[in-house]
Ligand binder design. Structure first.
Ligand code: DI6
Ligand code: FE
Length: 394
């Protein structure tokens, strides 16, 4: 079926900036964009016409880094942190990721889906049409697969594209009693082969409280062997060389990056690895070390922004808030912030050919906003001006 959205201001994200078109039209056929551009050049079509009355249309938003599926929450640990305990102290005392592991193991697939749905709905209400969801709180083969199935099921409960990522190397489960190499044996020997049909990418937590670069390298090798794309949590709490490792392996993205060096950024630029910045975690952890945004800019590294929704370090379900935080905390421009949740987020998922811009041939995923100036989307704090969200033309 043909459809046409008229009298719109388009932020197509084509080219290097916002790709603004003042009197714009989007034409779609069978869920795909066949034209996005100036009204005067639009093809003549039949079918439904939607008058946007001057509203702004952006590509549907993309949250390219989340841990949306998880059991329970950690409000209690947050309260402890407010009384002086540190994240690392809580993690070493058996709290942290491992407490979410226990709650996640105790939940059925259906319970994981049910608990994630309100979070997903919050993102959908802000115009999100694609979401990446990681496993990583099961930490046994069965529980990791359960998380991935729950992530996929969310994409059947709602009109949203879900990209499931396998993050078995997120934390060491206590039954391994400190033997992280033995756990990585399980990740590469059993989990990745079993997850290969459910996940589209493999991630790991390269960190002092996570896994070493050498261990992450084993995870990447297994991912390669199963034809899965890779990405990495790198340089969040310390500089371990994760970025360089990710770049060497042609990773889609390296994520967090507060402690990344200029050399890391250069390696990412050469490899085309996207920098996924997570201002919610920076804020919630009261981090003070800023990611090297200026180096990313000058080296031409693509920057994406995501919620990192997770119960420990970023309990946010607002990608619009991340736009504001990316600008206020990290110094991104309006165009950088908005490209970070559209075209560059698509690149971080290896989906540039499918989504992220308003261009012929892409999926007709639109966010129609009750604003005319794109800066309003970045400027407001805690206000949602979404007028309508279109997924695959519907
Ligand atoms: N980095 C993070 O910020 C989250 N995971 C990761 O690898 C934290 C996960 C948690 O604390 O539950
Ligand atoms: Fe994360």
């Amino acid at each position: 079926m043909e459809q046409r959205w008229t009298h719109a201001r388009l932020a197509t994200m084509a080219g290097d900036e916002l790709g603004l078109i003042d009197d714009g039209v989007v034409v779609a056929e069978d869920g795909r964009i066949v034209y996005a551009g100036a009204a005067h050049g639009a093809p003549v079509t039949q079918g439904a016409v939607h008058d946007c009355e001057g509203r702004l249309i952006t590509p549907g938003l993309i949250d390219c880094h989340t841990h949306l599926v998880h059991g329970g929450n950690r409000a209690n640990e947050w309260a402890m942190r407010l009384e002086g305990a540190t994240y690392e102290e809580i993690a070493r005392a058996g709290g942290g990721i491992v407490s979410t592991m226990r709650a996640t193991r105790a939940a059925s697939e259906a319970e994981l889906v049910a608990s994630a749905l309100p979070r997903l709905d919050a993102l959908i209400a802000e115009g999100v049409t694609t979401i990446e969801i990681k496993s990583g709180y099961g930490l046994s083969t069965d529980d990791e697969l359960k998380m991935l199935r729950a992530a996929r099921a969310l994409g059947e409960h709602r009109a949203i594209r879900v990209e499931p990522t396998f993050l078995g190397a997120h934390a060491l489960p206590p039954e391994y009693k400190g033997d992280s190499d033995a756990y990585i044996d399980l990740v590469v020997g059993e989990m990745i082969p079993a997850a290969a049909s459910l996940a589209t990418a493999v991630d790991a937590f390269c960190e002092g409280i996570g896994f070493s670069p050498a261990q992450c390298e084993r995870v990447f090798a297994a991912a390669d062997a199963h034809g899965l794309k890779v990405k990495l949590h790198a340089e969040q709490l310390s500089a371990l060389g994760g970025c360089a490792l990710a770049a060497r392996h042609g990773a889609l993205s390296a994520d967090h990056l507060e402690h990344a060096t200029d050399d890391d950024v250069r390696a990412m630029a050469e490899a085309g690895t996207v920098a996924v910045l997570l201002p919610g975690a920076y804020y919630f952890m009261r981090e003070t070390k800023l990611p090297p945004v200026e180096a990313m800019r000058s080296q031409g590294v693509k920057i994406a922004l995501a919620t990192d929704n997770n119960p420990g370090t970023s309990p946010t379900t607002s990608l619009l808030l991340m736009l504001n935080m990316g600008a206020t905390l990290f110094g991104l421009t309006v165009a950088e912030a908005l490209r970070g949740v559209t075209v560059n987020a698509a690149a971080a998922l290896g989906l540039s050919h499918e989504i992220g811009t308003l261009e012929a041939g892409k999926a007709c995923d639109l966010a129609i906003w009750d604003v005319t100036d794109p800066a309003e989307l970045v400027y407001r704090i805690g206000f949602n001006p979404l007028h309508q969200r279109i997924k695959d033309g519907r």
